[in-house]
Design a protein around this ligand. Structure first.
Ligand code: ZN
Length: 662
């Protein structure tokens, strides 16, 4: 193929890929297999590698891969991004309607759900996305183009021929399912979580490394054309045109005849709020006619042709009665607010997190304060701020503790971290968490050893460390409330069985900071015994793919602690498996698998065992390091993500062949 032919083929491939990308991400209706799609992309990549000068910024291959930035540059919006005036009740909506009618006569309205995310402006020139910026102060914002490009529902090149040179406004958000999953994974790794989906979206958009943004489940709804060289008579029609150009417009946008219908629809949206996969905090009401919009104009702050109607807040104020301290598994001391019970968005809240002591100090929250409490995206309620105007002078500060509230040993603050920790490994508060973690389903999976049993074992002084579990005798267990001969025997049996667990489960169960299930499997596939792992140097660990420096350091410091080495020795003596049978020469050694959807010939545990027997690793979440994604019936979001990442996706038949062939 000569260069001219390549150029034509590249153009054709891009159009085809864009078409399928749109079907898949925007319409949720793919018409070719993932495999076919990947092939198209690979073909394009190959041609672009041959002719690098033919690569343009709107090529589907250019979504990811930008280099991390040192900082964002500031750019001026083509048209100022004004904020909307807020209304809080239907009376105020009627007033808005009266004002509007007085100026321009009868109008039709468009009602849109107000997405609680981050406002952005997308600039297209000759149909190509040239810039994406945050709202900033409304006049100038940050250039976050490379981050926005990672969002698959933002077309890099506009479809159709109607819109060519336009500036479009939209709201970037993190879907609730994605948000919960992200936070759960962060928690497992001992990493900070986002307080709510809005913060998650805002934090992600302001990430300097687009490759990190790529892994965040962001999406966008667009809602306005702020600049165009084409004339539209109606806002609603402009939205239709945006859809044709390849954007996602919220499906709940509705055109209505009058203010009564606006109110009816706002009411409906508010009821729908809890069932959506994204947070909305109100509705936006816009005059539909563009000429009337122009006639109404704007004040220095707000347009006069649009207004927002705010839903009842998922916030409330109440009195903060006390601040207690919770000690977590890794020893982290977390301040927790004890509140005078208050209803927040229909749920009674009496405790809320204060995150950490730095935050407590920064927000200057004191015992006795009136505080604003927020519940968002199903996360633990949090104290947003104190209401300083309501102070009487008797409020008390809570200082950062110097000692652990449970064991009274000195606390430590690790450099670069906000957390204050109790580092005493024998601290009862920590022991409780460590044992729970060790026994949990993903770790040693010890049946009949629930949280309350663990608490009682510790309270009765029957265990001082994890190894003590294996020294329990039936008469010890029978001392605990609620245990009979049979249930005590069950517990002893499950303890005995747990000795044979995979060493990946043991590694995970040790509760080394930053070592989640996935890291544990990587470690177990690399090292055949805990001893080998313990001897590995931090430098060596840092070299392992998919582990990261922080994790490597945490492992190093874990095995540098005498207490932990003693625990491993004790477990060995007891007969807990700390060494894997030789894995050399195993066909799937080191290969990572993810399952999504139901299998018909095998159960998941059976399939997992087969993989593990051959040296493979089963992972629960999708990332770019996965070797095989096994897709069964009704696959979930992992499937979509795998497609997005262009991973190797196989069905059950292929999986079975793979397992048997090797
Ligand atoms: Zn302690």
């Amino acid at each position: 193929m000569n260069k001219n032919e390549a150029k034509k083929e590249i153009k054709r491939l891009r159009e085809e890929i864009n078409f399928h990308n749109h079907n898949y991400y925007v319409k949720n209706n793919p018409i070719i297999s993932d495999f076919k799609f990947d092939q198209l992309l690979k073909k394009l990549e190959k041609l672009e590698t041959l002719y690098p000068d033919l690569i343009t910024s709107d090529s589907p291959t250019q979504r990811v891969g930008g280099e991390p930035l040192d900082s964002f540059s500031t750019v001026e919006h083509k048209v100022a991004m004004l904020s909307l005036d807020n209304t809080y009740n239907y009376e105020e909506l009627h007033e808005f309607d009266d004002r509007t009618k007085k100026n321009v006569g009868e109008v039709e309205y468009v009602v849109e759900p107000k997405i609680d995310g981050v406002g952005v402006a997308l600039l297209y020139e000759n149909s190509v996305l040239v810039r994406g910026a945050t709202r900033g102060d409304g006049i100038k914002g940050d250039d976050v183009t490379s981050n926005l490009k990672t969002i698959r529902t933002i077309p890099l090149r506009l479809m159709g021929n109607t819109l060519k040179n336009v500036e479009i406004r939209g709201e970037v958000y993190m879907p609730l399912t994605g948000f919960k999953k992200y936070n759960k994974e962060q928690e497992k790794k001992g990493e900070p979580v986002f307080a709510n989906p809005r913060n998650a979206a805002a934090g992600s958009i302001r990430q300097l490394d687009p490759r990190i943004v790529e892994l965040r489940p962001l999406d966008i709804f667009v809602y306005f054309i702020s600049f165009t060289d084409k004339k539209f008579s109606s806002h609603y029609k402009a939205l239709e045109e945006l859809k044709k150009a390849g954007f996602r417009v919220n499906p709940l946008v509705k055109k209505v005849d009058n203010i009564e219908d606006v109110i009816k629809y706002c009411n409906k949206l508010e009821k729908k709020r809890e069932s959506l996969d994204y947070d909305i905090d109100g509705a936006v009401i816009k005059v539909d006619s563009i000429s009337k919009q122009k006639e109404l104009g704007e004040t220095s702050k707000n347009p006069r042709w649009a207004i927002s109607y705010k839903f009842a807040a998922k916030q409330a104020t109440t009195r903060l009665e006390d601040i207690t301290i919770q000690v977590g598994r890794t020893g982290t001391l977390t301040p927790v607010a004890v509140l005078k019970p208050v209803k927040v968005g229909g749920v009674t809240v009496s405790r809320a997190t204060l995150h950490n002591f730095d935050e407590l100090k920064r927000k200057d929250i004191r015992i006795g304060d009136w505080v604003l409490v927020e519940r968002s995206g199903d996360v633990i309620p949090q104290v947003v701020k104190s209401i300083k105007e309501k102070r009487s002078g008797g409020e008390k500060r809570k200082t950062t503790p110097k000692k652990c509230p449970i064991c009274r040993s000195s606390v430590l603050r690790i450099e670069d971290e906000v957390a204050v920790r109790c580092v005493n490994h024998l601290c009862p508060a920590r022991l409780k968490w460590r044992v729970r973690y060790f026994a949990s389903r993903d770790a040693m999976d010890i049946d009949h050893l629930g949280e309350s049993t663990i608490d009682k074992l510790i309270e009765e002084g029957l265990i001082d460390n994890i190894a003590d579990l294996y020294h329990l005798k039936k008469e010890d267990i029978l001392k605990l409330e609620g245990f009979k001969d049979k249930s005590a025997q069950n517990l002893l049996d499950s303890l005995e069985n747990s000795k044979k667990q995979d060493i990946s489960r043991l590694i995970y169960g040790l509760g080394i900071r930053h070592v989640g299930k996935y890291a544990a499997q990587i470690l177990a596939s690399k090292y055949q015994s805990i001893d080998e792992l313990a001897e590995a140097s931090t430098e060596e660990l840092k070299e392992i793919d998919g582990l990261g420096d922080k994790t490597a350091e945490a492992i190093g410091s874990f095995f540098a602690t005498t207490e932990n080495i003693r625990l491993i020795e004790q477990l060995k003596t007891i007969g807990v498996k700390t060494k894997e049978i030789k894995k050399e020469g195993l066909p799937l050694k080191g290969n990572k698998f993810v399952f999504t959807g139901g299998l018909s010939n095998l159960s998941r545990p059976e399939a997992s065992d087969l993989i593990k027997q051959q040296g493979g690793i089963v992972v629960s979440s999708v990332n770019k390091d996965i070797d095989y994604v096994v897709v069964g019936d009704n696959p979930g979001s992992k499937y979509e993500k795998a497609k997005k990442l262009g991973l190797n996706i196989i069905n059950e038949d292929k999986f079975i062949k793979l397992i048997h062939k090797k």
